[in-house]
Design a protein around this ligand. Structure first.
Ligand code: CMC
Length: 438
């Protein structure tokens, strides 16, 4: 497929819409995996009607050649490659290259990409002083979004969205610096000195080093932790037009620079309805463990239609058979827990819940399998990552996806600023009454 083919859909006929005494025909399009859509872009011109779809539950906002997912069949593919194969054969940096550039790198391309990233892992010394101004208990996602936004104050020479060289260096800077910015936010929260990156380490090892080493103590990186982190970053790397990715596209569509667009995406990811679910899952496991580990009580609460309690980390809006990401990291979770042999009631609760969900009729009938957030929360906890950092790790994983979508947006010859319409429901015209008469 050539680059411009990737924006193409097939014309497969028309759909007819009857409106009043008018009948109009709208183009019917088909994507490369057989998904069909009605192209309504000319609808307003033809009928003066707009479409209404609150929450964009059935709106295709773009043609995209990056990620395909089929929730019914449990399929997730980046650039055509199944997530299972990528997880088995590639590391996160190769996957990042694939998402951003469209093809897996050969060894020369991979080496150049890694070296471009390594070159930029430190943050400007003046940027470190920002951290003095943040309160100690600031949420690391707030710090991440602020400091990423501030990159555009330091790199004013690389913000032209239509200059490929400037975009490329911004991509290297972002991928390289995000783990450093994130680890510093954790060090700040516990009052420890910041650790400079160590470029002899690979991407995941380096993050663990900056998180857990101190100048007084060299941290021995557990290779199983680095491997688990690598897997988690891969399975989070893209998920097509989700809330944060759509945010990055929305901001980018105004030609805002890459740093500003990614900073906005981090803000969107922070919300508990999006990236915050793994944090909510561990809080729930803690609550159950503190309540004596009475799993049955909470399962009954989740099944009780008069109770709004839900088991966090179970069920999925899109994946109705299984979450392919959860399947991949479940094996990693089992391996890590049995190796560490940690005596933590939270893990017993997690184990019991998993068994309930896989056997209990309520969960089986409704296809409520443990999702990616269930296992990622448990793995992060086992690695000693504090709960507040879970969404930050999601952001590090999702970054290549955001960048890929931002680049795709700009490469699209039909690119337009995102500007949805609305149906106004407020007051009709009225007269202003001067303040003394109100
Ligand atoms: N615990 C108990 N019952 C549940 C749960 C749950 N976690 N999830 C769904 N149900 C029940 C729900 O009550 C309904 O029952 P009934 O048919 O009797 O009315 C049925 O299952 C279908 O649920 P739904 O609300 O129609 O499903 P949905 O697709 O709207 O919601 C969900 C999906 C993920 C929001 C929901 O399953 C949920 O709230 N899960 C817990 C939160 C969570 O783990 N979120 C992370 C999702 S993965 C993150 C990502 O991919 O970005």
């Amino acid at each position: 497929m050539t680059a411009s083919d990737k924006f193409q859909t097939q014309d497969v006929g028309t759909a007819r819409l009857t409106y009043g005494d008018q009948e109009i025909e709208l183009p019917l399009l088909e994507g490369s995996e057989g998904e069909r859509a009605i192209d309504i872009s000319a609808l307003r011109k033809m009928t003066s009607l707009v479409t209404l779809d609150e929450g964009f539950v059935n709106t295709g906002s773009t043609r995209s050649a990056i990620t395909f997912l089929d929730g019914e069949k449990g399929i997730l593919r980046y650039r055509g490659y199944p997530i299972e194969e990528l997880a088995a054969h590639c590391d996160f940096i190769e996957v990042a290259y694939l998402l951003i550039h469209g093809e897996l790198p050969d060894s020369e391309q991979a080496a150049a990409f890694r070296s471009g990233i390594r070159h930029h892992t430190m943050i400007h010394e003046d940027m470190r002083s920002f951290y003095n101004g943040f309160p100690r208990d600031a949420h690391p996602m707030a710090i991440l979004s602020s400091v990423v936004g501030a990159l555009s104050t330091f790199y004013q020479d690389s913000m032209q969205v239509d200059d490929p060289e400037q975009v490329e260096i911004s991509i290297f800077r972002l991928i390289a610096k995000l783990p450093t910015i994130a680890a510093y936010s954790y060090k700040k929260s516990i009052g420890q000195p910041f650790m400079y990156p160590n470029n002899d380490l690979d991407y995941c090892e380096n993050f663990l080093h900056m998180m857990f080493a101190t100048p007084a103590h060299e941290h021995m990186i557990d290779p199983d932790f680095a491997e688990a982190l690598n897997l988690l970053l891969i399975v989070h790397a893209d998920h097509e037009q989700n809330c944060s990715t759509s945010t990055v596209r929305m901001v980018g569509s105004s030609n805002a620079n890459l740093f500003a667009s990614i900073s906005a995406g981090i803000g969107a990811l922070w919300g508990p309805l999006h990236g915050g679910a793994n944090e909510a899952c561990v809080s729930m496991l803690e609550q159950i463990a503190a309540d004596g580990g009475n799993v049955k009580k909470y399962v009954d609460m989740a099944k009780d239609k008069n109770n709004s309690f839900r088991l966090m980390g179970f069920g999925h809006r899109v994946y109705k058979n299984f979450d392919p990401r959860a399947k991949i990291i479940r094996a990693c979770c089992d391996k890590l827990l049995s190796k560490l042999n940690i005596d933590d009631p939270l893990f017993d609760v997690a184990q019991e819940l998993q068994e309930v969900a896989l056997k209990d009729e309520y969960f089986v009938e409704r296809k409520l399998y443990p999702n990616v957030d269930f296992y990622s929360g448990v793995i992060y906890r086992a690695m000693g990552i504090p709960v507040q950092m879970f969404t930050v790790l999601f952001a590090i994983g999702r970054l290549p996806g955001w960048i890929a979508h931002w680049r795709e947006l700009h490469a699209n010859p039909g690119k337009r600023i995102y500007r949805p319409r609305q149906i106004y429901t407020g007051d009709t015209e009225r007269k202003v009454v001067p303040i003394e008469q109100r």
